[in-house]
Write a protein that binds this ligand. Structure first.
Ligand SMILES: *[C@@H]1O[C@H](CO)[C@@H](O)[C@H](O)[C@H]1NC(C)=O
Length: 326
């Protein structure tokens, strides 16, 4: 196998120091439409997730493992969409699509840590729900504050470790020749395609890493929800069953779309015809997940809605407090 640069002699080799992120094709009109669409999505994502973090931190009714997980998830997703969307909005606004090699690798590094952590965190959250619903009598024994902290910290550390190993291999690659990335952010596959080093080892490594980081959490998540659904079926009241089902099914749709698209993009070998489709799949896990997760997991939740309702009272109290002080 000869990569493009191996044919050239050393003197002719030009090292790539800058990439062009092609983003989405389409004329000026399409670009403006995308700009407005992504801007709206970004503001909603940040607003929704920050609101949840504020609620969870400020309301002591929400100081339980489940909400600590949700708080961490919202925190993660605030960063997650901030790694990708502002850069993309800037390109759409100014037409400047270049990104330095270091910038590109950094973007993949941070994104990779966050996406892997999210895989683990979603699994931890479904395990927590499994314990709460299927082992209600022992829930507080099993899900102690200690285990909750271990699972959250473990998710963050696991994600960081997996991507740091990948990056240490990636940093040894040489990039030369073509520098156009046919994607909207510096994702692993499209970047690695431009390297003129041998990428077989790192390709295998990422295949193994992404299989390990995506399949087990995915299976654990599904297993948890299957157990939950089975135990919900035993609930005598129809309305109770319906309520539990609607919660479970919305969680399941979200995690299946998230893990499913990740597995398709990172694990399944790619045919060229899948390129454009890959961009669409990437949109689902990079941009849609952080937007819908707060809705599906938190804002539909009764305790969170209660906490939301208390905000005006709290603000009024604060205002009154300040007035009496003056
Ligand atoms: C994240 O999880 C840790 C450990 O469980 C918890 O102490 C912290 O409050 C959580 N963060 C948020 C924003 O909920």
């Amino acid at each position: 196998y000869m990569s493009p640069c191996q044919n050239l002699n050393g003197a002719n080799k030009t090292m790539t120091t800058e990439f062009i992120l092609l983003g989405f094709s389409g004329g000026q009109g399409v670009q403006i439409l995308l700009l407005l669409l992504f801007l709206a999505i970004y503001m909603l994502t940040i607003g929704g997730n920050l609101l949840i973090i504020l609620l969870i931190v400020s309301d002591h009714h929400l100081h339980t493992p489940m909400y600590y997980f949700l708080g961490n998830l919202s925190c993660l997703e605030t960063f997650y969409s901030s790694v990708i969307l502002p850069r993309m909005l800037y390109s759409l606004l100014t037409g400047d699509r270049s990104i330095s090699l270091i910038g590109c690798i950094t973007q993949f590094y941070i994104f990779g840590i966050l996406v892997t952590t999210e895989c683990f965190l979603l699994a931890a959250m479904s395990f927590d729900r499994y314990l709460a619903i299927c082992k209600p009598l022992h829930y507080t024994n099993y899900m102690s504050d200690r285990l909750c902290i271990q699972l959250t910290v473990g998710s963050w550390l696991g994600g960081s470790l997996a991507i740091t190993i990948t990056i240490s291999f990636m940093s040894q690659l040489v990039f030369c020749g073509m520098n156009e990335i046919d994607h909207f952010f510096c994702d692993f596959g499209p970047v690695i395609n431009l390297s003129c080093s041998n990428t077989r080892i790192i390709g295998t490594l990422v295949f193994i890493m992404s299989s390990l980081c995506a399949f087990p959490p995915f299976l654990l998540t599904w297993a948890s929800y299957v157990c939950i659904i089975i135990s919900v079926l035993r609930v005598p009241s129809i309305s109770g069953r319906q309520k539990a089902f609607s919660t479970c099914s919305s969680h399941l749709v979200v995690v299946t779309v998230f893990y499913g698209t990740l597995i398709i993009v990172y694990v399944v070998p790619k045919a060229n015809s899948l390129r454009e489709l890959n961009k669409v799949f990437s949109l689902l896990y990079t941009i849609l997940t952080p937007l819908v997760n707060p809705l599906v997991y938190s804002l539909k939740n009764k305790d969170v809605q209660e906490a939301l309702k208390k905000i005006p009272t709290k603000l009024a109290f604060l205002a009154g407090f300040r007035n009496t002080q003056l």
